[in-house]
Design a protein around this ligand. Structure first.
Ligand SMILES: [Zn+2]
Length: 214
């Protein structure tokens, strides 16, 4: 099979989504791109997360044709492909319907970068897109309209798309975003939540990029 190591990574990341309470049943997906080959490794459609194996991941080309694998790819494949084509910086994409973040998406609201953990990762508010047809490129277009060079958006009345240099980073963003959304939600019930000042957002973002980790 092609891309055994990447299949293992993408499978593991998909299986983390229910563990982090970001998805239910079969909803949600993670993918990774192999830029030099023009191939994307993505979750198969309609398979329970607990049943996912590295071998069940599907390799597709940039037109969505299955290159390697026995199953149909995620119904959101066209959205992933569109984002990879328009954003050459992306190495991985994650999609969830995580409930606290999606409650902001339902109201058409952005999630303010009010907490430093999220500010470190994204350096900005998480915007909400216009309404778009789920499962179609329309969703990809709406995502780029709302966010040209960030790491996550809320898709109105749908859920979260997060993305970055690697599939691991995309899942990390999705997880921290849901934590922030939950905390901001609780805080909003008790008072006014404000976003961090622009200069401080930028400082947090630069600090994390340059100093965090091994
Ligand atoms: Zn969805």
């Amino acid at each position: 099979m092609m891309y055994q190591e990447l299949r293992e990574r993408v499978c593991k990341l998909n299986r983390m989504l229910p563990d982090e309470n970001l998805v239910v049943w079969t909803g949600g997906n993670v993918s990774a791109i192999v830029r030099e080959a023009g191939h994307v490794v993505i979750k198969p459609s309609g398979v329970l997360f607990e049943d996912l194996t590295p071998e069940s991941m599907v390799v597709i080309d940039m037109e969505g044709n299955v290159v390697d694998g026995d199953l149909k790819p995620s119904v959101d494949s066209s959205i992933h492909l569109y984002l990879y084509q328009k954003r050459p910086d992306l190495g991985g994409i994650c999609h969830t319907h995580s409930p606290y973040a999606t409650s902001f998406a339902l109201l058409g609201e952005s999630i303010p970068a009010a907490l430093s953990p999220l500010a470190h990762l994204t350096g900005r508010d998480i915007p909400c897109t216009r309404y778009a047809q789920a499962g179609y490129v329309d969703t990809g277009e709406a995502i780029l309209e709302a966010d040209k060079d960030g790491y996550a958006v809320l898709v109105q009345r749908h859920g979260v798309f997060s993305y970055g240099k690697s599939p691991e980073f995309s899942v990390k963003i999705a997880t921290f975003l849901e934590e922030s959304a939950r905390t901001v939600h609780y805080a909003m019930m008790r008072g006014k939540v404000t976003t961090l000042p622009f200069d401080e957002l930028k400082r947090c973002f630069d600090y994390y990029k340059n100093y965090y980790g091994q």
